[in-house]
Design a protein around this ligand. Structure first.
Ligand SMILES: C[S@@+](CC[C@H](N)C(=O)[O-])C[C@H]1O[C@@H](n2cnc3c(N)ncnc32)[C@H](O)[C@@H]1O
Length: 301
């Protein structure tokens, strides 16, 4: 969704941008190119391999960017509040992460149950699968994967791991398939479980909540935040973030009780009433783009 992101962030010479999810730096390169000759970009990724790839990809823009191996939840530690014209968060995993069997992200390749974006962190998918109580595993499959058979799957994992520790993507995928036979379904039965574990291993939703707040702090007034989400739990958080700040009141607690509303001036304008989705050509070239939803917010105060 490069064209859509450029439309959203409107990069210009002299502008300052942050890319919280560099990956292979396709978006970062497009932003630097569109803001030539003096636009500047600060890029982040938790994955050391992505930082290496991005460094190579951006070599032609030397002097106009700096890159950090860090969680975008911490971008406030690297950028001055109110200093950025645009921030991009293109969430989720990258193709290189999915395609390398040793990273353990994919049930289509045999590899260790790893799934860490940042291999400096100690907790892997194997830690969760082998050590979490079954009820907590079921909650992860249900909340992060919308897996309808979450409890049956957690029970089956609990039984299997009593006999022997689950170590590989293949072992887990086969176990899921036994509990949840394919029966002609288009997607592999392990899709939801793998997605849920990945989100839990990397605390993706917690990072997103903190990252949205951090991005808002570093944006200038008139600056824009563009977020691409790939599944419903992520998109809900992004939508709620925008909705909350666009309202002219705050609510104490989780439930909106009209009598308890506190007035306040909204500081956000929702630029995209409906999320922007990838065009047919992009989906044909990259099927993962099918579920991408771009939302854009402008800071107005
Ligand atoms: C979908 S890819 C980004 C692709 C990129 N926009 C491009 O043009 O190539 C997502 C990347 O974000 C990184 N990532 C995901 N969550 C992150 C977080 N909380 N902090 C930093 N990087 C993160 C992943 O490691 C991955 O490299």
């Amino acid at each position: 969704m490069v064209a859509e992101v450029l439309d959203a962030l409107r990069p210009r010479p002299g502008g300052r941008y942050a890319d919280g999810t560099l990956g292979g730096a396709g978006h970062a390169a497009a932003i630097l190119s569109a803001s030539s000759p003096t636009g500047w970009l600060c890029g982040f990724d938790r994955d050391g391999v992505a930082i290496e790839a991005a460094t190579r990809r951006l070599a032609e823009f030397a002097g106009r960017f700096e890159l950090h191996r860090a969680n975008f939840a911490e971008l406030e530690n690297f950028l001055v509040p109110g200093s950025c014209d645009g921030v991009l968060l293109d969430l989720g995993v990258s193709s290189p992460q999915l395609d390398v069997p040793e990273r353990g992200f994919s049930f289509q390749h045999e590899g260790p149950l790893d799934m860490r974006m940042d291999d400096r962190q100690p907790v892997t998918a194997a830690t969760l699968v082998n050590e979490l109580p079954a009820a907590e595993l079921a909650k992860i499959f249900w909340e992060f994967g919308d897996e309808p058979r979450s409890r049956a799957l957690a029970r089956a994992i609990d039984e299997a791991r009593r006999a022997r520790r689950l170590k590989t993507t293949g072992q887990l995928a086969a176990l899921v398939e036994r509990v949840n036979p394919r029966r002609g379904a288009k997607t592999h039965p392990a899709t939801r479980v793998f997605q849920a574990l990945r989100i839990a291993v990397n605390d993706e939703l917690g990072s997103l909540r903190r990252g949205l707040a951090a991005a808002w702090t570093v944006l200038k007034v008139d600056g824009r935040l563009a977020v691409i989400a790939f599944h419903s739990a992520e998109d809900r958080i992004v939508k709620e973030f925008g909705r909350g700040r666009a309202r002219d009141y705050t609510v104490p607690g989780e439930v909106d009780v009209p009598e308890l509303r506190q007035p306040r001036a909204p500081d956000l304008r929702v630029v995209t009433r409906k999320p922007v989705e990838a065009g047919a050509a992009e989906v044909a070239a990259n099927p993962r783009a099918r579920s991408a939803k771009l939302r854009v917010f402008e800071k107005i105060l």
